[in-house]
Design a protein around this ligand. Structure first.
Ligand code: SF4
Length: 149
């Protein structure tokens, strides 16, 4: 059986992807912010200040927060922003390896921080801003194409 040049290219690409993917898994280390709450808080606070990460409680209307986002994205309704949250962001890492890091880190954290408590149900890791973020929140650095799985 013969294969075409493009099929051959595709097969080589597939094999390379598997090899690179396996190496990345082997070399994977938990990001500091997933293991150290002080690093996570510092990076999260920077995200709030510099990238308007929020809102504080996604279950509330948070009119002011979403109004600022509407202005930034130049859209007329909150509806248009509905899907533009961490959960769909290209920086939102939800891989099994990262979930394991997050679970391990949460085990060591005090429970006094309400943000951390709210995030516990739907938390991932932001590859851009280096902190644990919640899928229902958003920030000015949102990029389509996520999450990373
Ligand atoms: S860059 Fe994406 S994942 Fe990170 S905080 Fe902003 S919206 Fe969330």
């Amino acid at each position: 059986m013969s294969i075409s040049k493009s099929q051959l290219k595709h097969l080589i690409w597939e094999q390379l992807t598997i090899v690179v993917g396996e190496k990345e898994k082997k070399d994977f280390k938990c990001p500091e912010a997933t293991q150290d709450i002080m690093v996570n808080l510092a990076n999260r606070n920077k995200a709030i200040k510099d990238q308007n990460y929020g809102p504080p409680d996604p279950s509330k209307p948070n009119k002011k927060f979403w109004a600022a986002k509407m202005e930034m994205w130049n859209v007329d309704t909150e509806e248009e922003l509905r899907g533009m949250v961490c959960g769909t962001c290209a920086a939102f890492n939800l891989t099994k390896e990262m979930q394991a890091c997050i679970a391990k880190g949460i085990g060591d954290e005090p429970t006094a921080d309400p943000w951390a408590t709210i995030e516990a149900g739907n938390v991932g890791y932001c590859q851009f801003l280096k902190f644990k973020c919640a899928s229902e929140r958003s920030c000015d650095a949102w990029v389509s194409g996520g999450p990373i799985k």
